[in-house]
Ligand binder design. Structure first.
Ligand SMILES: [Mg+2]
Length: 320
């Protein structure tokens, strides 16, 4: 099958920047791609989470010719960056009808996504949600980025947070690998058995697999950065996995895992446009039908409102 390949560059500022222990994310850029064969179309998005990978993706994208043969396309890009492969696999699966994406999605309300906040904003966010939550029936999930202030200050914040929340607020605490084993142990001791906690997310550096395994015996630990660096861990880690379709070389494998009712997978955005978000919503919907339903991390507050974020892929493409 002969395929036409097109790409377009995009850039946008988040409507609210977000701080992690490693960096401040203010903007996002990457490429949208379109594969076309006669009247069949597939879209994809190359959206590297780390700026360090942007140039590599750019260099590889230039190597892809405008006219391709389907039989060797995915073979030829096997050594490319996972974000480039992710977009091509998604677009190809859509073009071939293996991936059917719905323009409608159920993720519009605050209780349908984890709310991203950091140690600077959590108290204010909590205040707003507690007042709003009086009339809400479903629990709200806060995803709190820690490792931003010194640990004593953050432990005091934790105490305040725990004193304020009842059973209507859930917590995910994401250190982005910033903690030492000693600090992680302290938080695990405080939070052990706490029913509001979903998990500690990447509490230790991505390479400290031994420490992460030991901590997991005490408290739920979700891997994020470790999975990006060591994708084989997807087979081995039986705790929570933060899965980012746009950062994985083949999100169709993740789709199959969810279709086969594999649990303990949480779907997360890497701040995509409307085109990249379609598969995230699709996978998040599948996740909710699985054995361990959890709201996805969609960063709805950080995503601007413009045609770039429409759920209509053609509109996103045409308006760029
Ligand atoms: Mg994370």
């Amino acid at each position: 099958m002969k395929i036409n390949f097109k790409k377009k560059y995009f850039h946008f500022n988040l409507s609210q920047s977000i701080k992690t222990s490693k960096k401040k994310i203010i903007f996002k850029h990457g490429w949208l791609i379109k594969l076309e064969n006669k009247n069949k179309i597939g879209f994809g998005e190359i959206s590297p989470l780390s700026q360090n990978n942007f140039k590599e993706c750019q260099r590889q994208l230039i190597q892809i010719p405008p006219n391709l043969d389907e039989s060797n396309l995915l073979q030829n890009v096997k050594s490319f960056h996972p974000c480039v492969q992710s977009a091509l696999h998604t677009a190809m699966a859509e073009l071939k009808g293996e991936l059917i994406l719905n323009d409608n999605n159920q993720f519009k309300n605050i209780d349908q996504t984890a709310i991203l906040c950091d140690s600077h904003s959590i108290q204010e966010d909590l205040k707003i949600f507690i007042s709003k939550n009086k009339s809400m029936t479903k629990p709200i999930t806060l995803k709190w980025k820690v490792g931003i202030k010194d640990n004593n200050t953050e432990e005091l914040l934790l105490e305040k947070v725990l004193n304020q929340i009842k059973n209507n607020i859930r917590l995910r605490i994401d250190a982005n690998g910033a903690w030492s084993r000693r600090i992680a142990e302290r938080w695990a001791d405080i939070l052990k058995g706490n029913e509001n906690l979903d998990w500690l997310e990447q509490p230790l550096p991505e390479d400290d697999l031994e420490g992460l395994k030991a901590l997991q015996k005490k408290i739920p630990v979700a891997l994020d950065e470790s999975l990006l660096k060591y994708p084989n861990l997807i087979e081995e880690w039986d705790g929570w996995q933060i899965r980012r379709p746009s950062q994985e070389s083949n999100p169709i494998i993740l789709m199959k895992e969810l279709e086969n009712k594999k649990g303990y997978r949480s779907i997360s955005t890497s701040f995509e446009t409307g085109i990249g978000r379609r598969i995230i919503y699709h996978l998040a919907s599948l996740q909710l039908e699985g054995p361990t339903p959890k709201v996805p991390g969609l960063a709805l507050k950080q995503i601007p409102k413009s045609s770039l974020f429409s759920s209509d892929a053609k509109l996103v493409w045409d308006n760029l």
